[in-house]
Design a protein around this ligand. Structure first.
Ligand code: GLU
Length: 554
């Protein structure tokens, strides 16, 4: 008469090891007291999603705050959904945003640590040892129900208006004796391995989610699948075993898993493990015409981290922005500590949004403008060149023609106490730099309404005569003021405001005309600096050309 042990032996004849073996080779970590062990455990099913980067960041800072360990495990058990090179993409992406796990896969071809293998597809032996042990104790069993049989059962449950699923009286194979189950196996029937749930719907479990707070749910009574018919574990089973053996203390993951927590807690307990603490991160949301929805892989280009590289957002901007959505008090902290590294921010999971923070591209742009305004000209030039080389070859040719000149462009209005915040991403720079090159210079803005072309032409005429390429900013503005009376404009704005009827305009208008002539725009950084960089010859030509253009409009 086969016993549970006999059944286990029949199911796993090649498994000789016991759970104790793994308990011994993966002993509890020697982390600092209170050090949190966290992980990111993505599946290589495509490109790096913003949500994974976000969750990885939260895991990393949670571990770092307590001098714990943050590691990377690859959950590659679903071969059908696996994308070639997917794992490398994810790691390369994380690394590019400054996230280099300390253990597991730390980079595309670098694995470190004593708690591996860190790739689930290499852990089959471990899962089988635990599955065998559960079967031997009568806590798991083989289930021979076919897909059609399961479908019929589901229809029957729907007809009876009861919960669908494999539980209680509907869990047919749970009633098979070891003898009956052994016979099916001996006849070569295919089977999955299910947990023999010890739970009841009537009981409630309560757990304290570190983000969402106290959560109460019915206990699990489903005989969930542990191993599929090909011996590959389900997420639930692998989660319990891996996070136990890798000694994870805090499981911080997407909140699509929250409804599975009763299953997970039961699995941990059945396996004799202590459950980890859970923190479920709400998805990043998008405002979709008034309603909120999850940022979608399919609909939203900004869901893919690659989008930010293509647009040329510095990694630092993206991470800084993600911190603003990770923690409601990050921005206050940043205002108080504008220069401090983010690592000094006292992050607390409890400050995370429970319902899901809204992704706001305007906010990202603002954050990024501040980040970029803090970079020096050298850093900006290098980053622009790097971006352009990959994403905008023609622009790269312009930028790379004369390094010092390019650096000069990004030096205008940079480095002072109040740097301009006018570049949000490197893809803004072809437009931002257009007038520095004759190939891309064009008059794009109109004259201000109050100035007629005749006056404009006269101003340019007069200015051409006194323009001195060597002047500093102050002298430059004095020169502009000096031509005002000659053309009926007021040198002082204050004066003009007192008596607007008495003048055609003021010194600001005069400089606007010069600005349009030289740059084609009404709004630019420091015009004196721009003119110095452009050089006398080019400036004179532009002043004359635009003066001519205006005279033709008269
Ligand atoms: N592989 C799972 C996923 O990508 C991981 C969830 C977890 O962190 O436990 O959703």
């Amino acid at each position: 008469m086969p016993s549970y042990e006999g059944l286990a032996e029949l199911m796993f004849p090649d498994v000789g090891l016991t759970p104790e073996h793994f308990e011994n080779i993966y002993p509890p970590r020697q982390a600092k007291e209170g050090g949190r062990i966290t992980r990111i455990a993505p599946s290589p099913t495509g490109y790096l999603h913003l949500g994974v980067l976000f969750t990885a960041m939260i895991n990393k800072i949670t571990a770092r705050a307590t001098q714990g360990v943050f590691y990377f495990r690859l959950e590659d058990t679903d071969k059908k959904r696996e994308v070639e090179g997917g794992a490398e993409d994810i790691l390369r992406g994380l690394n590019a945003y400054g996230i280099r796990p300390e253990e597991g896969f730390v980079a595309p071809d670098e694995i470190v640590g004593d708690y591996g293998p860190y790739r689930q597809s290499e852990r089959a032996e471990i899962y089988h040892v635990y599955a065998k042990s559960l079967v031997a104790q009568g806590l798991a069993y083989p289930c021979f129900c076919s897909e059609e049989g399961r479908q019929t059962a589901r229809s029957e449950q729907e007809r009876q208006k009861v919960r669908t699923g494999y539980y209680g009286e509907f869990a047919l194979c749970r009633r098979l004796t070891p003898q009956q189950a052994s016979e099916c196996i001996n006849q070569g029937e295919s089977y999955v391995v299910r947990l023999r749930s010890q739970g009841s719907e009537q009981n409630r479990i309560v757990f304290d989610d570190l983000i969402k707070g106290k959560i109460e749910m019915p206990e699990n009574d489903e005989d969930l699948v542990l191993l599929k018919s090909d011996g590959i574990p389900t997420y639930h089973f692998a989660h319990a075993i891996d996070d136990h053996l890798m000694r994870t203390t805090h499981v911080i993951r997407g909140d699509e898993w929250i409804s599975s927590v009763p299953k997970h807690i039961q699995l941990f307990k059945t396996l004799g493990f202590r459950p980890p603490k859970y923190a479920h991160v709400s998805p990043i949301m998008k405002d979709d015409g008034g309603g909120k929805r999850k940022l979608s892989k399919r609909k939203d280009p900004e869901a893919a981290v690659h989008y930010y590289a293509e647009q040329g957002y510095p990694a630092d901007s993206v991470m800084e922005y993600l911190m603003t959505i990770a923690s409601s008090d990050f921005e206050d902290w940043r205002r108080r500590s504008p220069k401090s590294p983010r690592s000094e921010f006292p992050f607390n999971l409890k400050k995370m949004s429970v319902s899901g923070a809204l992704f706001d591209i305007d906010k990202l742009n603002d954050v990024s403008k501040t980040v970029i305004s803090g970079m020096d000209a050298e850093q900006v030039t290098q980053a622009v060149l790097e971006w352009a080389k990959e994403y905008s070859p023609e622009f790269y040719t312009l930028m790379n023609r004369d390094y010092e000149y390019t650096k000069g462009i990004f030096s205008v209005d940079r480095g002072g106490p109040k740097p301009r915040k006018d570049i949000a991403k490197w893809s803004d720079t072809p437009d931002y730099t257009a007038y520095f090159f004759d190939e891309t210079y064009a008059i794009t803005d109109e004259l201000p309404e109050n100035i007629n072309p005749r006056d404009g032409a006269e101003i340019l005429d007069k200015y051409t005569l006194v323009y001195d390429a060597e002047q500093d900013k102050q002298q430059w503005f004095e020169t502009i003021k000096a031509i005002c009376p000659q053309v009926g404009f007021c040198p002082e704005v204050k004066e003009y405001k007192k008596n607007p009827e008495g003048y055609k305009g003021h010194a600001g208008d005069v400089s606007t005309i010069i600005r349009i002539a030289v740059t084609g725009r009404r709004n630019t950084p420091d015009l004196c600096g721009i003119m110095r960089l452009l050089g006398k010859e080019r400036v004179l030509k532009r002043l004359q050309d635009f003066g001519y253009n205006l005279s033709n409009r008269i």
